[in-house]
Write a protein that binds this ligand. Structure first.
Ligand SMILES: [Zn+2]
Length: 375
């Protein structure tokens, strides 16, 4: 057994306790008070193991930076502390351990990964391993809503780092890392028509709802599974009552694409939508939120090295391609070498069946420690 695995197996209970603490501190992206509590908790934990902590942009969401060690080079560990779950979700799904799995809001995305990464650093310190590089953890609190206030900070730290590890949830039962992630765009379409009496003046009205229906079909037609480009019209609304020709309708649109070119091209098509119904007026707003994380040569080189280290620990570490995004999209697209999805094993991110495999925690934390120390 590896030194690291031995060390981390001894920490299993401590890891579960920290995970429970973190899950029980609910942290919706828009709840500043709750986030404040969790970032303080994390700052205390980092301070206890001797890391230097600093709060960044406190008015924007209290992002936490913790650094340990010295050296000219730095390695960046990118974590988000927020979850998609609203306050009160915990009372519906309290933290619990059952059949070797931990359950609770955010347990897999990504509080479990944060715990593993934290204990990886702790193990390095306790084993008196002194990597010749600085290890920097950046914990932001707005990832689930687009990292609007932390993006600049993330990109800046990434550009300073030799490589970036993102302990976001791994994929599938064998804990695959995420070799590519699609880029993401978010748009809002509003249609304006003209009201009329549905009985006496039908022909004088311009139905915004009908026009929206045409646009939805045009939008859905932009989906192309062969290139991986998808459009989801996820929310629509329109009209007031059934006997008035509706003058307002709107839609919220999600775009995913695997390459910069596809993302740009499809965005052009969305922003350039033209009305079908005479007199209907369309307005489209929105933009690309995250560029794709692409399998660049340097990212793949990092992955292959990680895979070797994993094999040494008896971990297979396959790689997959996914449509979901993370802050790894930002770090990779500014040119920082990035390995994403190296966190918790489990399932159900953003879903009520969310869980984490407890037995995978120690080996994954051991792998993380070796990546921090040896890559
Ligand atoms: Zn996440």
């Amino acid at each position: 057994m590896s030194l690291y695995v031995d060390q981390l197996l001894k920490q299993q209970d401590a890891m579960t306790t920290m995970l429970r603490d973190m899950v029980e501190m609910e942290s919706p992206s828009d709840d500043k008070q709750a986030l404040y509590r969790l970032t303080r908790y994390m700052a205390d934990r980092f301070s206890q193991i001797g890391a230097a902590v600093e709060f960044v942009q406190p008015d924007a969401g209290d992002h936490l930076r913790a650094s340990w060690g010295s050296g000219d080079e730095q390695v960046l560990v990118l974590c988000h502390l927020d979850t998609v779950w609203p306050a009160g979700e915990l009372s519906r799904r309290p933290f619990r351990v059952e059949g070797g799995r931990a359950y609770g809001p955010g347990v897999y995305d990504m509080k479990g990964g944060v715990v593993q990464a934290f204990f990886a650093l702790k193990a390095i310190i306790e084993l008196s391993i002194r990597p010749d590089r600085k290890i920097v953890f950046l914990c932001n609190t707005d990832e689930e809503t687009g990292s609007l206030s932390s993006r600049a900070l993330i990109e800046q730290e990434a550009l300073r780092s030799r490589f970036v590890l993102v302990p976001e949830p791994a994929s599938g039962a064998n804990g695959a890392v995420k070799l590519t992630r699609k880029g993401w765009g978010i748009y809002h379409l509003t249609v304006t028509g003209r009201t009329a009496h549905a009985g006496s003046d039908h022909e004088k009205g311009i139905s915004a709802v009908t026009e929206l229906a045409y646009q939805i079909l045009k939008l859905q037609a932009l989906t192309d599974y062969s290139t991986g480009t998808t459009i989801n019209v996820g929310v629509i609304s329109g009209g007031t009552v059934f006997n008035v020709v509706p003058d307002k309708a709107e839609a919220r649109i999600d775009l995913r694409a695997a390459s910069h070119d596809e993302l740009q091209k499809t965005q052009q098509a969305i922003l350039g939508l033209a009305s079908v119904t005479q007199g209907a007026i369309l307005k489209v707003t929105g933009r690309i939120n995250r560029p794709p994380l692409e399998a660049t040569d340097r990212n793949m080189q990092l992955y292959r090295r990680a895979k070797q280290i994993a094999a040494d620990l008896g971990i297979e570490l396959p790689g997959v391609h996914v449509g979901s995004v993370s802050d790894g999209n930002f770090t990779s697209s500014v040119g920082a070498v990035t390995l994403d999805g190296i966190g918790a094993v489990g399932d159900g991110a953003h879903a009520v069946h969310e869980y984490l495999e407890l037995k995978a925690m120690a080996p994954r934390a051991a792998l993380f420690a070796r990546l921090l120390a040896e890559l």
